[in-house]
Design a protein around this ligand. Sequence first.
Ligand SMILES: N[C@@H](CCC(=O)N[C@@H](CS)C(=O)NCC(=O)O)C(=O)O
Length: 338
Amino acid sequence: MKALKLMAGGAALFAAASVAHAGTTFDAVQKRGYVQCGVSTGVAGFSIADSKGKWTGLDVDFCHAVAATMFGDASKVKFTPLSVQQRFTALQSGEVDLLSRDTTQTITRDTTLGLIGTGVDFYDSQGIMVKKASGVKSAKDLAGATICLQPGTTTQLNLADWFRANKIDFKTVVIDKLDEALGAFVAGRCDAYSTDKSALAALRTTLANPDQYVILPENFSKEPLGPMVRQGDDQWFNVVRWTLNAMLEAEEYGVTSKNVDDELKSANPNVQRILGVTPGIGKGMGVDDKWAYNIIKQVGNYGEVFDRDVGKDSALKLDRGLNAQYHDGGIQYGWPIR
Ligand SMILES: N[C@@H](CCC(=O)N[C@@H](CS)C(=O)NCC(=O)O)C(=O)O
């Protein structure tokens, strides 16, 4: 009898411990009253702070969207700028609740860091930028070249694979800080600079004479970029994963920050579920049924955010490309909010 009691007590303790662990980040965020979001230190269009410390960009807007899901208030977020080297340690240590900063989802990252990707908010590929004056037209012209890049990136690994496969010799100069790495390329310490193509486009706009630089045509890799959280924290994982899906589904069904109030009267059952007109959709995540309504109203759907930050209404003017909706020639595809 005593043994049984002890066992039952033990089981209860274990259950309590795992429940507490499962809800750790969600509960901590709720108690704290804001989301602490890890972003990159400054990539125009993705995450960049102005002179007043106001952050903008696609990765930043995603953090705002998570805050809207949690609190019904997109402003309840603070940003921690993290270099590529710092990002995983900052998430592992609990310094941030999520990473929203051009991080490629790979099996090694998902299975060895205690972290996990929650979806893809930007399908990218790696590229190489050179000076126009070099006359280089293709990466195949880069025999013996020196390429600047940041450490701890997929960039470094992909370059090694590609150049080895093409039997071309090259050297790398690996520099931790973005401005120093890019500065080394501009100053001529390297013949080329490599990172994700979206970031190359963004970085080029910040250089003194952007049209003196060209991004080579080759795509060196698949870079599915997306938010990451810690493993074993499923309620929080769901908040982050479904925030992105709501933004994608809202675009698919034509619900925007402008028409969202009219859409509350929509006869489309998908829209009724997304907007919480059909009750119960937020319950399982522990948030208000109006969570997605709040994202769309305050931040916008995926397409609005894309256009504003990196697309046609931004300085970068990136094409939707792979990031168009699946019915529009892309591969972005919101999972069903049902
Ligand atoms: N997507 C790749 C590359 C990421 C990367 O190199 N990002 C650079 C692009 S500019 C960055 O965020 N630099 C800014 C920083 O270090 O804060 C990865 O996840 O390893």
